[in-house]
Write a protein that binds this ligand. Sequence first.
Ligand code: FE2
Length: 549
Amino acid sequence: MLPSRHGATTDDTLLRAAHSTRRRFLTVTGAAVALAFGTNMTTTSTARADEASLRSDPFTLGIASGDPLPDAVVLWTRLAPEIFDPMGGLPDQQFPVRWQVADDEGFRRIVRQGVATARPEYRHSVHVDVTGLQPAREYFYRFRVGRYVSPTGRTKTAPPTGATISSLRFAFSSCQNYPEGFYTPYKHLVDEDLDVFFFLGDYIYENAVNSVGGTRNDTSTEIPDIFQIPPDTLDLYRLRYSLYKSDPDLQAAHAAFPWVVTWDDHEVEDNYADDIAASNKPVDDFLVQRANAYRAYWEHMPLRPLQEPSGPDAQLYRRLSFGDLVQVHVLDTRQYRSDQACGDGAKAGCTDAGNPARTILGEAQRDWLLDGIGTSTARWNLLAQQVFLAKRAASLTDPPLLAMDAWDGYTADRQRLFDTITEADVKGFVAITGDTHTNYASDLKANFEDEASPTIGVELMGTSISSAGDGSDTTPALAIEMQANPHFKFSNFQRGYVRCDVDRDQLRADYRVVPYISRPGADISTRASFVTEREAAGLQPAESKVDVR
Ligand SMILES: [Fe+2]
């Protein structure tokens, strides 16, 4: 174990990964580096602002908490009185931000408090890794700067590591393209009683947003023309987060639960692979863009300093545990992957998709994952990740059309993972996934070329918050997929999230959907429910039950 630059410890697998990408980054030209990092570090202002100079509420982007540990949780906010100003409407000065954590919502029993510094080079974002907390406890938190007090957030620490716990309740979703509709699923999510929420990628999108926010048709604020441009600079990425995080339903969802986040492609650009842009722009240019995108992501997410990017590299894959019940392996299937096989898209009979030299995880993350899964003592192993893990035949042809951007385009890594599960006799393996803007429930087969092979786990594919708009219960394409994939038990093309209840022996998933998002106010309902047994993996339909615990 060696100390990282943040003083925390990491294992040498992670250091190896960082080293290999850093070496490659030396190929980026000096001019490009200056472009990427000139705004970050070199002109850092250490001047202290007068808090009394704040003339309007700086908490316009909300608050958040994340990555709960038994004794710690990360608190986040960003000061930005003017959301469409590149500086957030603040001077190039530091602001002191007071924070408090309390046992009660009224802040009568404060258990931890302090002062963080909001720095201009981080666009006045604040990440506080609050330690010394009690396990499995609900806490409330808030920030104050000058005379402004933030909304109050609720968070919860994880149970003690290894402790026997009887249950965990979580939900997950992904893909919140702003102009495609209202974030109504979040409006209902806050009424759930969750220990933790997982966001599995596509927090922002690069597509043009018009002055009224597309489908939202919001005439109360005029979204600037700069949102017509796909982001590549740091400030353009920051502005995307400012717009997205201005949504009140999203803010409420962040304030209600600790979030565990990972990214997919749109946080940088559609379907990129490691240092290769789908548009095939020069690698050096794209790595600068990736550095900007990763930096803006970190500035706006409740992540620990260990996840802060260094140039175009960031350590986002990580593990979290909830007692002895659930171990979560959070993946990053973008940063280290080989370029998509056979030119990307949907391809039939692409032999390169199975080339063992190609990888979706990268060698270091793959070693880390296989080792973590193979030696896990948790009752359940949860893979929180971005793209479809199960085989998804999109046609009835032989061979079928398969998506080269998903694990179907990297089948050697998938087989290595499944072989580890089989060889180590891992029980309770569950993948939770984003990306397709569609709900699916799928069994995971030891060998997808043999439907009679054992079921070694299940995949719960969650639909989007808003991407793809209102949607519909099903589509002709989904009807074909249900026919072409006997391991699929369910599909649905509406917006929402998946809520899961885990106990010692069973995991239950409720697919929560809304009928529309093109206007506000839709109710939510449970479209389908499934259970899987730890000792006998495989999805079975479950009776629907009363939605409130
Ligand atoms: Fe998406």
